[in-house]
Design a protein around this ligand. Structure first.
Ligand SMILES: NC(=O)c1ccc[n+]([C@@H]2O[C@H](COP(=O)([O-])OP(=O)(O)OC[C@H]3O[C@@H](n4cnc5c(N)ncnc54)[C@H](O)[C@@H]3O)[C@@H](O)[C@H]2O)c1
Length: 248
């Protein structure tokens, strides 16, 4: 039996990178998927590729920082599939700035997408996840565990995701909900390209680099799938670092 047979997965940030890889991984293991993102053309491609595995897939443009869009997408998912077993919060942005020049709107936008977005998706889906004794996997980052230069808002948002994850796990464990997060570092995606800012201290920037080469997003997809599957069921309120020993 495939690990996600008869399971419905709601996944954000599924257009590219870790989200795309996770959607495909779960589709290949029998999941029905409701995938949201803001990147329409890449989202369509992910959905098509997931359907190539024979998966039942719906997708929708949804900016996770907008409360009405999140509640609308959760409702639409329930209309389509009738239930939800797994929620995966992958959507995220990273805006690079020297902190002394960090524009407030960019700080607020980063928190709105990465932290408030994760919160909104959790809040809207929890009532339905409690019915299925489901699982949430949030994507935090190594930047929640150790400092990173030029990305203060991003790091703060990811530390928020870590704290949110543990709080939800404690609040709902007795009711059967499982909530974990992953803390990746050194994954080859659009997000880990060279920061587009001047006067970078490369020693500082490379401080959190893995001891081995960057890996493909499928590595994180495998971990997320494990945590969300029955095999990972007793892991709850945990954060799992996946960073090639960078912070070991
Ligand atoms: N690549 C890494 O090394 C790394 C390390 C730690 C954490 N992460 C986290 O992994 C997640 C995925 O990032 P990635 O590396 O795959 O990069 P990515 O840029 O390929 O993926 C981010 C996805 O989020 C989507 N997105 C952005 N804003 C959104 C919004 N408002 N609403 C809905 N979707 C939105 C993007 O369109 C994109 O599809 C992010 O949360 C990121 O912070 C990545």
């Amino acid at each position: 039996m495939e690990r996600f047979e008869n399971k419905v997965v709601f996944l954000t940030g599924g257009a590219t990178g870790i989200g795309e890889a996770t959607a495909k991984k779960m589709a290949s293991e029998g999941a029905s998927l409701y995938i949201v993102d803001v990147d329409k053309s890449e989202l369509e491609k992910t959905a098509q590729e997931c359907r190539g595995f024979g998966a039942n897939v719906e997708f929708e443009i949804c900016d996770v920082s907008h409360e009405d869009e999140v509640s609308g997408s959760i409702k639409n998912m329930l209309d389509s599939f009738g239930k939800v077993n797994v929620v995966v919060n992958v959507a995220g942005i990273q805006l690079w700035h020297h902190t002394s020049d960090h524009p407030t709107p960019d700080f607020e936008r980063t928190l709105a997408v990465n932290l408030t977005g994760t919160f909104l998706v959790c809040r809207e889906s929890i009532p339905y996840l409690l019915k299925t004794k489901g699982s949430i996997v949030n994507v935090s980052s190594t930047t929640a565990l150790a400092g990173i230069p030029y990305s203060a808002a991003y790091a703060a948002s990811k530390a928020g995701v870590l704290a949110l994850t543990k709080s939800l796990a404690v609040e709902y464990a007795k009711k059967g909900l499982q909530v974990n997060c992953v803390n990746p570092g050194g994954i080859k995606t659009a997000m880990t390209r060279m920061p587009p800012i001047d006067n970078i201290d490369m020693d500082l920037l490379l401080r959190q680099n893995p001891l081995t080469p960057f890996v493909e997003p499928e590595a994180v997809a495998g971990l997320i799938a494990y945590l969300a599957s029955d095999e990972g069921r007793h892991i709850n309120g945990e954060h799992v670092r996946i960073d090639g020993a960078a912070l070991a």
